[in-house]
Design a protein around this ligand. Structure first.
Ligand code: PPE
Length: 308
């Protein structure tokens, strides 16, 4: 899927033309993968484009920086303001959702693993990005393979950091799943319990109860939190507990959540149809409610939206 270019990218405090936003090939992060990033979406509402949970994403970005020992030169307010300004400066097609990618990285100047003497840079790009796992996937559900790769162990990586280094694991799992003819990977933790997808958190529904694992081996997902909030509002029972592989196979419904993936139903796991092998009833209800929230059609959650 080709990237839809927009006009400007914010790079270290300046708005530069999309094609001019370049860095040196010896930038430290390119070699050692210590860069903190975020994925944020903005949706067109009646009152214009609104960024969904901007402050929560920025807080997580700065937490990733803290965990990864990246001394971000820009503070919370500056990063929020830059994202808003970037969306104002770029021209997006009406009625499309925009994906925002802030990244804090180690720049050029020093080689070798030790990075604390290297300069730190930040950039923010935004572009039009449709359904991450396809429009068809959003409606009919996707096919998932439980990965042969375990999610990064808590003993060696920091799952709560949205740091580039964590994504080699995601990338290998995703490629394995695609090569095997599936749409997405579902990764277990090193003990064998469900951790998360390559870029999403995971939910199942059993007997009307919504179940999602704790964040022990996963990113603290903002979409997962939004879905829990929405489900609570709808009076759905929620359990936050570990899920085993066999429980996925016999779940009534399953879905992925993520900023990019939004709420994507899972219709099959490892050749077993989930429930009726299509988007489940509660999944659809939560999906509709989620889209009402992000598109600004539910005043109860207007606190989540930052208008541009
Ligand atoms: N787990 C992982 C590993 C992950 O990358 C994401 C987001 C989530 C869970 C869900 O987090 P949240 O977006 O806060 O609900 N993945 C981002 C990157 C996807 C990409 O391919 O790049 C995203 O959804 O923006």
């Amino acid at each position: 899927m080709a990237l839809k270019e927009s006009q400007y990218i914010w790079l270290d405090g300046e708005f530069v033309a999309w094609k001019e936003a370049k860095i040196h090939v010896l930038s430290h992060s390119l070699h050692y993968a210590n860069s903190a990033f975020e994925g944020v979406r903005a949706y067109p509402t009646d009152k214009g484009l609104a960024i969904f949970r901007l402050k929560d994403h920025t807080r997580r970005l700065l937490n990733t920086c803290k965990m990864s020992l990246l001394n971000c030169p820009y503070d919370f307010d500056a990063l929020n303001a830059a994202q808003i300004e970037l969306l104002r400066k770029n021209v997006f097609a009406p009625k499309t959702s925009v994906y925002i990618r802030p990244i804090v990285f180690v720049g050029y100047g020093v080689m070798g693993v030790y990075h604390l003497n290297s300069p730190i840079s930040a950039a923010i790009a935004a572009w039009e990005w449709g359904a991450y796992l396809g429009d068809e996937g959003l409606e009919n559900g996707i096919r998932v393979k439980i990965s042969s790769w375990a999610r990064n162990s808590v003993k060696s990586m920091m799952g709560k950091a949205k740091v580039a280094a964590n994504y080699l694991n995601s990338q290998m799992a995703k490629c394995e799943a695609i090569e095997a003819g599936y749409d997405e990977a579902l990764l277990l933790d090193s003990e064998g319990f469900i951790a998360e997808g390559s870029g999403e958190c995971f939910f199942i529904v059993r007997d009307g109860v919504l179940i999602t694992p704790p964040s022990d081996n996963a990113l603290e997902s903002i979409t997962q939190d939004s879905v829990i909030n929405i489900a609570r509002e709808l009076g759905v029972s929620i359990e936050r507990r570990r899920i085993t592989r066999d429980e996925v196979y016999i779940a009534d419904e399953a879905f992925f959540t993520g900023t990019a993936a939004e709420i994507t139903p899972v219709r099959e796991a490892d050749a077993r149809p989930i429930g009726e092998g299509k988007r489940g009833e509660l999944t659809q209800k939560l999906q509709e409610a989620y889209f009402d929230v992000v598109y600004g059609r539910n005043d109860k959650f207007s606190r989540f939206l930052t208008l541009i």
